[in-house]
Ligand binder design. Structure first.
Ligand code: IMP
Length: 206
């Protein structure tokens, strides 16, 4: 079975593959050909203008499915900070501006949280995954709670990883070994649900 991941972000493709490998039985993972938008240059850039993660993910999965005819999977995710009433949320990638770097986004977040004590820096990463194949659309969601610390720590991962310490841990996502992040992250939780769904489909086919 082929599936297409609706992203050109290499970090995400790798992360998603690693997580699927954790949750899918070997025989199913090895029978899965995981492609991405990068394999289909004819697919245009998709503008993420939805008001919710679901709207963005559904739009991406539908467009990629339309171009490839293959089962398509898109995710949208972000960090929600309670002190900022859930911001940046769906605009996490472009928080500091349309072409903002991770570093610029992180600095903006820290500035807005200046002077806020650790107990009020609660936040969560949320990931919504949408699978589209023909008329079928399925939605999977994962959430990881934690806190935004006072300065970046660690150089793994991407995005807001250096600022986020998940509940129950002392390390930021950027300090953790990849396989630990890939077991506890919002994306891992959503992909675990997706993996269960894909396993069912493939087992029915066999
Ligand atoms: P998108 O899901 O590609 O639209 O990205 C949303 C943005 O949320 C990313 O650009 C990151 O800034 C942030 N984000 C989403 N997931 C993660 C994560 O696992 N670690 C750090 N930042 C993340």
């Amino acid at each position: 079975m082929k599936i297409v991941l609706a992203t050109r972000n290499r970090h995400k493709v790798e992360e998603i593959k690693q997580i699927l490998k954790i949750y899918l039985p070997d025989e199913i993972y090895s029978g899965l050909e995981i492609l991405s938008t990068a394999d289909f240059p004819e697919i245009p850039d998709i503008y993420e203008d939805g008001k919710t993660y679901y709207e963005n993910a559904s739009k991406k999965a539908r467009i990629v499915h339309k171009f490839t005819g293959l089962p398509s999977v898109a995710d949208d995710s972000g960090i929600e900070v309670d002190f900022l009433n859930g911001e940046p949320g769906v605009i996490s990638a472009v928080y500091a501006g349309e072409n903002a770097t991770d570093d610029e986004n992180n600095r903006k977040l820290l500035k807005l949280l200046e002077g806020v004590p650790i107990e009020n820096r609660t936040a969560r990463f949320r990931c919504v995954i949408v699978y589209v194949d023909g008329d079928v659309e399925k939605i999977f969601e994962g959430v990881t709670e934690g806190k935004v610390i006072f300065e970046p720590r660690g150089d793994g991962g991407f995005g807001y990883d250096p600022l986020f310490v998940p509940d129950g841990f002392d390390l930021t996502f950027a300090q953790m070994p990849k396989d630990l992040k890939n077991r506890i992250s919002h994306r891992a939780k959503a992909i675990k649900k997706f993996a269960e769904f894909i396993s069912e489909i493939l087992q029915k086919q066999n």
